[in-house]
Design a protein. Structure first.
Length: 372
């Protein structure tokens, strides 16, 4: 049970310069982003950083700070510089890593110099080669984002501080594209790490590329990726696979959504509202609201973190479905991300919609480890 802050995700901008068809923010059930200011104001930044300092004094361990959006660079250079200076005056980078998740299209050398000075690592969203990426990651007018993103990655790679700056790529699995093409393309970009997410979905809205609860398109895709990964003599790190391997050997996961560890995550919206993990948004409109809509302007983060509601959200990681509780892979799978368990009928009291995928992938990893 998490009663501390592990990660604070700051929505510096509530809009995006892309319009990806699978986006959980703009294409999901939730529409509250429309009421948010487009950018976080200087006043909100000041109050937020004070709240984070206050929180750091009330817990013995640090926390990760993630700049997110929408597209976080839409905050603009001056205000981002202001936010980062304020954060770095109070938080050292060892205990308080700052990272930024971007689509890469707005990256410039000036931004990268700032991130280098402020010790901010950058992860770029790209789904693979042009064909894979253009299946969903397009502009509002339907134009490909591929060239701009690849240009951003090349800028990152060519920066003198790229070893620190470039954290890696984050891709949504496109099950119709071969894992080999995806792996080879991302590796060719020189990424130090490639992480993967599944397409959003739940029991009422099947994820793209999945034909039923019983089908295993994603488990097969990941199993193929595992074979490619393990047979590469110079592999590029795949954190989501490393986590499953570690969990299968009795270790812990580094991220939410696997294993039985719970993580204390808070989201700060551009107006300063404190929200639950925003991946819950896909379940229903308002799923990420706390019952009292607190704002950093009036409320210390500790009041939310010590609330029974925060504890309940952290405990959502532990599945309640009897299928999961009796499952041989529960220790490793952990029931998957809560958003994937949702159905209008049972709430989160279901196995993951990716249950069969998780199961065959974990079995694959276990038999591979057994053979070593
Ligand atoms: S594999 Fe399926 S039943 Fe087992 S813990 Fe994961 S979601 Fe639950």
């Amino acid at each position: 049970m998490a009663v501390r802050l592990d990660t604070v995700l700051i929505k510096t901008a509530s809009r995006c310069n892309l319009d990806c068809s699978y986006c959980y923010v703009y294409q999901g059930e939730d529409t509250s982003w429309k009421q948010q200011p487009k950018k976080m104001s200087v006043e909100t930044i000041n109050v937020l950083v004070n709240r984070l300092v206050e929180q750091s004094q009330s817990q013995s361990v640090g926390f990760a700070i993630v700049l997110h959006g929408g597209e976080p660079l839409l905050l603009g250079y001056e205000r981002l510089q202001y936010l980062l200076k304020l954060l770095r005056e109070s938080f050292n980078h060892e205990l308080y890593p700052i990272s930024l998740q971007t689509n890469g299209g707005l990256l410039t050398k000036k931004y990268l110099d700032l991130f280098s000075d402020m010790k901010v690592s950058v992860s770029v969203s790209i789904d693979g080669n042009r064909l894979a990426n253009d299946l969903a990651r397009v502009s509002r007018s339907g134009q490909s984002s591929f060239d701009d993103t690849v240009k951003g990655i090349h800028l990152l790679k060519s920066h003198p501080d790229n070893d620190f700056l470039f954290a890696g790529t984050l891709s949504v699995v496109q099950p119709s594209i071969s894992p080999l093409d995806t792996y080879n393309f991302l590796k060719s970009l020189g990424t130090p790490s490639m992480d993967f997410l599944f397409q959003d979905g739940n029991h009422d809205k099947l994820p793209l590329g999945k034909i039923s609860f019983e089908s295993t398109e994603y488990g097969s895709w990941m199993s193929e990726l595992l074979t490619i990964y393990l047979s590469d003599k110079e592999p590029v790190k795949i954190p989501c696979i490393d986590d499953i391997i570690r969990l299968s050997m009795g270790g812990k996961s580094s991220k939410e959504g696997k294993g039985q560890e719970s993580f204390g995550i808070l989201i700060i919206e551009t107006d300063g509202e404190i929200r639950k993990n925003d991946t819950l948004r896909l379940s229903f409109d308002g799923a990420d609201f706390f019952s009292v809509r607190e704002n950093v302007r009036d409320t210390p983060l500790s009041r939310v973190i010590n609330s029974s509601e925060f504890k309940a959200v952290s405990e959502l990681q532990t599945p309640t479905s009897s299928t999961c509780l009796n499952c041989a892979s529960l220790d490793v799978c952990g029931g998957g991300m809560p958003l994937y368990r949702w159905s209008d009928q049972n709430g989160y009291d279901n196995p993951s919609i990716f249950c069969k995928d998780h199961y065959i992938f974990i079995e694959n990893i276990k038999s591979t480890l057994h053979g070593i």
